[in-house]
Ligand binder design. Structure first.
Ligand SMILES: Cc1cc2nc3c(=O)[nH]c(=O)nc-3n(C[C@H](O)[C@H](O)[C@H](O)COP(=O)(O)O)c2cc1C
Length: 324
C-alpha cells in the first residue's frame, strides 16, 4: 500500500506516465490484468490552456479507470495552475504530478521537463503554487540530475525543497536526463533521496520484471516502483510483480493463447475508445501489436507481417493464426 498525502493506494506498483502509450486502452488492459493505479499520458499546460482537442482527449477516462493520476508539463507557475485546474474540470485524478524528467529536446529547450532540475527556484515555485491551491496532492517526477555535471547534494537539496514546498511524494527515475532511457540505474542516488525526505519516494528505472522490481525496493528502500517500458506489450507484469513480492516465487508466464487474447482485447479497446486519426486506427494498432510480439513464436516474421497490415480485420486474423 502507498499513502500519498490523503490518498491511499492499494498497491505500491504504479503504472507510469508514458507519452503516446499510457492511453485509455493501455490502462484498461493493465488494470484488468493487475494494475491498481495508473497515470494519464502527460499533458502540456500550454496546450491545455488553449484547449487543443488532442490534449483534452488525452484525459478521456471511464469509471473503472480509477484511481488515476495526471501529469503536467510546463514551466510557468500560473500556466501550470491553470492547467491543473482544467485537468480537475475534465477528469478526477487523485493527484497531480509535475514533470521534471522529460529529456526530449523541444521540451528542455523551452525550459520545461528535465530542465526544471537546473532551475530549482522555478520548480519550487510551481510546487508551492499548485500545492497551496489544489484540492489534491501534488507530486514531482524527477530524474537524479540533468547531465554528468550534476551533484548529488544539489539533487537532495531539490528533493527537500520540493518536500518543504508541499510535494506529497517524489517519483525518482534513477538516470540523468542526458542518459535518456539507457544505461545503468543509479540505485544509490534514489536511496539517498529516499533518506533525505519523509514523503514517499517511488523508484523508476528498469522495472522490467519482478526481480528488478524487488531489486529497486531492496537497494533503495523506496516505497514503491513505477512500471514503464516493462508494461508495454506486457500488461501481466503487475500481477507478476505483486505475486513475486508476496511469495518470493515467480509466476508462470501467460500462455500463447492468453497473450493473443489479451492483445486482441487491447486492439478492440483502441477501436472502441480512441478517436481515429486521419489514417484511422492502424498506426496505433500496429505499434501496440509490435509491443506484444517479443515472446511469440517466429517473432521476426510476425513483426514483418504486422507492419504490412492495412486493416483491423487483417491484423486480428494474423494474430489469431500465430502459433498455428
Ligand atoms: C515511450 C516513453 C514515454 C514516456 N513518457 C513519460 C512521460 O510522459 N512522463 C514522465 O514522467 N515519464 C515518461 N517516461 C519515463 C517513464 O515514466 C520511466 O520513468 C522511464 O521509462 C524509466 O523506467 P523504465 O526504465 O522501467 O522504462 C516515458 C518513457 C518512455 C519509454
Amino acid at each position: 500500500m502507498l499513502k500519498i498525502g490523503s490518498v491511499e493506494i492499494q498497491s505500491n506498483i504504479v503504472t507510469a506516465p508514458l507519452s503516446g502509450c499510457s492511453d485509455l486502452p493501455f490502462r484498461m488492459i493493465c488494470r484488468e490484468l493487475g494494475a491498481r493505479f495508473c497515470f494519464f499520458e502527460m499533458v502540456d499546460a500550454v496546450s491545455l490552456t488553449r484547449k487543443h482537442i488532442k490534449t483534452i482527449e488525452m484525459l478521456k477516462t471511464i469509471p473503472e479507470d480509477s484511481p488515476i493520476a495526471a501529469q503536467l508539463l510546463g514551466k510557468d507557475p500560473d500556466m501550470m495552475l491553470n492547467g491543473a485546474q482544467l485537468i480537475l474540470e475534465h477528469a478526477k485524478p487523485v493527484l497531480i504530478d509535475i514533470n521534471s524528467g522529460c529529456p526530449v529536446r523541444k521540451v528542455v529547450n523551452r525550459g520545461a521537463g528535465a530542465k526544471l532540475l537546473e532551475s530549482p527556484a522555478v520548480l519550487v515555485s510551481i510546487v508551492k503554487k499548485l500545492a497551496s491551491a489544489l484540492p489534491v496532492p501534488v507530486t514531482v517526477k524527477m530524474r537524479i540530475g540533468y547531465d554528468q555535471k550534476y551533484s548529488l547534494d544539489d539533487t537532495l537539496d531539490l528533493a527537500k525543497a520540493c518536500e518543504d514546498s508541499g510535494a506529497a511524494a517524489l517519483f525518482v527515475h534513477g538516470r540523468l536526463a542526458s542518459q535518456k532511457y539507457s544505461g545503468e540505474v543509479n540505485y544509490a542516488a534514489i536511496k539517498a533521496v529516499k533518506n533525505a525526505v519523509k514523503i514517499p519516494v517511488i523508484g523508476s528505472g528498469n522495472i522490467l520484471n519482478p526481480t528488478l522490481a524487488e531489486k529497486m525496493l531492496a537497494e533503495t528502500g523506496c516505497d514503491g516502483v513505477l512500471a514503464a517500458r516493462g508494461a508495454l506489450g506486457n500488461p501481466w507484469i503487475f500481477r507478476e510483480i505483486e505475486h513475486f513480492l508476496k511469495t518470493g516465487v515467480l509466476m508462470e508466464k501467460p500462455s500463447l493463447s492468453e497473450r493473443k487474447t489479451d492483445l486482441l482485447r487491447h486492439l478492440l479497446y483502441i477501436k472502441t475508445h480512441k478517436t481515429p486519426r486521419r489514417s484511422g486506427h492502424m498506426g496505433l494498432m500496429r505499434k501496440v501489436a509490435l509491443w506484444y510480439v517479443t515472446g511469440f513464436p517466429n517473432a521476426a516474421s510476425v513483426r514483418g507481417n504486422i507492419t504490412k497490415t492495412r486493416k483491423y480485420e487483417e491484423l486480428a486474423e494474423l494474430i489469431e493464426r500465430i502459433g498455428e
